[in-house]
Design a protein around this ligand. Structure first.
Ligand code: CA
Length: 367
């Protein structure tokens, strides 16, 4: 729908409004009271390199949808990491109102908000489908709102990567011993598990990973999955590519909104912002699902990457450590306790359905 047609449709839908503004692209839109409608110039800061496939383009998608759906009444400009603020300054920039929107991953803010990691991904936790189910229909989003409220932020699920990969290594991982002393980039709760398993977790923004792998500052790294990892060129720095991403089984990205800026918007624009983000949330998962396999083939056939599965024995041990870490992390503050109680109860329930439905089918398809 062209912008002019969309404005016409809005005007028609509200009925009995003055339609004088609908003739040209340039005229300001008119409200029912014949006053020019206010327009809003919003900034979106992100933790991703500008236009980075999947994550950066997912942020761009939200900005484009808000701008298009509002007929230009909200104009969103996207900034990559380091353009307006650094990757890990996104939370503060949106909290302070220097930007109105921020696209990131909640686990980056674990130091400020202990419960934040539970809203992105929990080791051996929910899949992408289950995560969206918990957030939208299991009380997760209401808890996330409670966590961000003191910072003047409204959180939204802002895309999901699906099950991530286990990471890039320069040696095979045959036992937990092989993780000992390993300097590996791994954020959030997964990083705590790695530490407990004897590794040295490092949190670095995506853009710094390739040079850190090249210089040897990192021995290993996880990032996302084949689509993103191919784009960063990790195959040039490590040859073993491990699955599965036990630490990030279905990571939810976030799009946070500055609450004061959101409250200034009329109800229709608030709905547009909320729903544009919701559309983009679903879209990102579809894009990752489509592109990951193509990228994995390229990595294997063109770049001679060796795909490996973590041995079951390693996964079992990591699962035990993960359960301990998550229970301990959940005791850090009252909100973490409440959030984990909600997610754990939801997981125990939804797992049974997943086993009866998706898992049963996936087993059947693999026969
Ligand atoms: Ca990751």
């Amino acid at each position: 729908m062209k912008r002019r047609d969309f404005i016409g449709a809005i005007a028609g839908a509200t009925a009995a409004t003055a339609l004088t503004a609908c003739g040209t692209e340039e005229a300001p839109t008119q409200s029912a009271g014949n006053e020019p409608q206010k327009t809003y110039d919003w900034k979106m800061v992100t933790t991703w390199p500008k236009n980075f496939p999947g994550l950066g383009t997912g942020a761009n998608n939200i900005a484009k949808l808000i701008t298009e759906m509002s007929g230009g009444r909200i104009n969103v400009k996207v900034y990559g990491a380091g353009e307006l603020v650094g990757a890990f300054e996104v939370f503060d920039a949106v909290s302070s109102g220097n930007a109105q929107l921020g696209h990131a991953g909640a686990y980056y803010w674990k130091g400020k908000i202990p419960s934040a990691a539970f809203f992105s991904s929990v080791p051996f936790g929910l899949t992408a489908q289950e995560m969206n189910a918990w957030l939208y229909y299991g009380g997760g989003l209401a808890l996330w709102e409670e966590a961000y409220k003191p910072f003047g932020l409204i959180p939204n699920p802002g895309g999901n990567t699906g099950t991530q990969m286990g990471g890039w290594f320069n040696k095979e991982i045959n036992s937990l011993e092989d993780l000992k002393g390993l300097k590996m980039r791994m954020p959030g709760l997964g990083g705590e598990v790695l530490k407990r398993a004897g590794g040295i977790p490092v949190t670095l923004p995506g853009g710094e990973l390739f040079p850190a792998m090249q210089s040897g500052a990192l021995d290993a790294t996880e990032w996302v999955g084949p689509y993103n990892d191919l784009a960063f060129g990790f195959y040039k720095t490590a040859k073993y590519y491990y699955t599965p991403g036990w630490h990030e089984p279905g990571t939810s990205m976030e799009c946070m909104i500055n609450e004061a800026a959101f409250n200034e918007l009329p109800a229709d624009l608030q709905s547009i912002v909320r729903n544009a983000i919701k559309v983009a949330n679903a879209d990102m998962l579809a894009e990752y699902t489509a592109r990951n396999q193509q990228a994995l083939q390229t990595l294997i056939t063109e770049h001679n990457v060796l795909l490996r599965h973590f041995p079951d024995s390693v996964l079992k041990e990591l699962k035990v450590i993960s359960a301990q870490v998550v229970e301990e992390e959940a005791k850090i503050d009252a909100l973490s306790t409440k959030v984990w109680a909600s997610q754990k109860a939801f997981k125990e329930q939804v797992m049974q359905w997943t086993e009866v439905s998706e898992l049963a089918y996936l087993k059947a398809r693999a026969l």
